[in-house]
Design a binder for this molecule. Structure first.
Ligand code: PRP
Length: 216
């Protein structure tokens, strides 16, 4: 049997992803260790794994370097790759929001003469376009909350989970406009070639998620 390859997201989704897979009898303990090794194999289940940066996961899956990916809806909306989104995993919940200093609310009603800092320039562009606004959007790669504080941007578009990063920096949510959670995605050709295995996996994952939900 051919190995199915999974692209998993490093960082905040990793722990819950590994625990979901282990609930499905798929073991990749090595991944959670502090190792420089990049690819791991579960020979019993004919499965291969690697961890990638969130923004790269859709690319690996679209191009077929991975059959399956686990990644946040935020990244899928930003990257807009051609793949199947097959399951909402229900964890990694957060909101996509415009945030800034409380007085930023006024700016949001202007036609577009303001600056927006974001790790999600496409999501930000589409959000403001839907409001007939075309602000200057500045792509940032992290610590986005800094932008309004040091005067780089008037507002930010970013994910808010607990809200503690905003609160610690005197910032507030001005408009929360998308609910985000982790999703399972599948390469289009893999879905045809391995339909039975992948559908079986989707079933197993849904059942494991229900068990995890009940056990809470
Ligand atoms: C994310 C996001 C916010 C923060 C929100 O950043 O960009 O900064 O988490 O979480 P909270 O509402 O629970 O405070 P991340 O930790 O991924 O790091 P980064 O800023 O380096 O991208």
């Amino acid at each position: 049997m051919l190995d199915l390859t999974f692209a998993l997201t490093k960082g905040r989704l990793a722990e819950k992803t590994l625990s979901l897979l282990s609930q499905c009898g798929i073991h990749c303990e090595d991944l959670s260790e502090d190792s420089r090794k990049l690819v791991f194999v579960d020979p019993e289940n004919h499965v291969r794994f690697f961890m990638a940066k969130a923004a790269d996961v859709p690319t690996y899956v679209e191009q077929g370097a991975a059959d399956i990916g686990i990644v946040g809806k935020d990244v899928l909306l930003e990257e807009q790759k051609d793949l199947y989104e097959v399951l909402d995993l229900g964890f990694g919940k957060c909101r996509m929001a415009v945030a800034g200093f409380p007085e930023g609310k006024k700016l949001l009603n202007q036609r577009g003469d303001f600056r927006v800092g974001s790790k999600y320039p496409e999501i930000a562009r589409r959000y403001f376009l839907s409001r007939h606004q075309q602000p200057l959007i500045l792509k940032l790669n992290g610590s986005v909350e800094l932008a309004p504080i040091v005067g780089l941007a008037d507002v930010i578009v970013d994910i808010v989970e607990t809200g503690s990063t905003l609160a610690a920096n005197g910032l507030v949510v001005l408009d929360a406009f998308l609910e985000i959670s982790a999703r399972m995605v599948v390469n289009k050709a893999s879905m045809k070639l391995h339909a039975e295995r992948i559908n079986g996996l989707i079933q197993q994952m849904s059942e494991a998620l229900r068990r995890m939900e009940d056990g809470r």
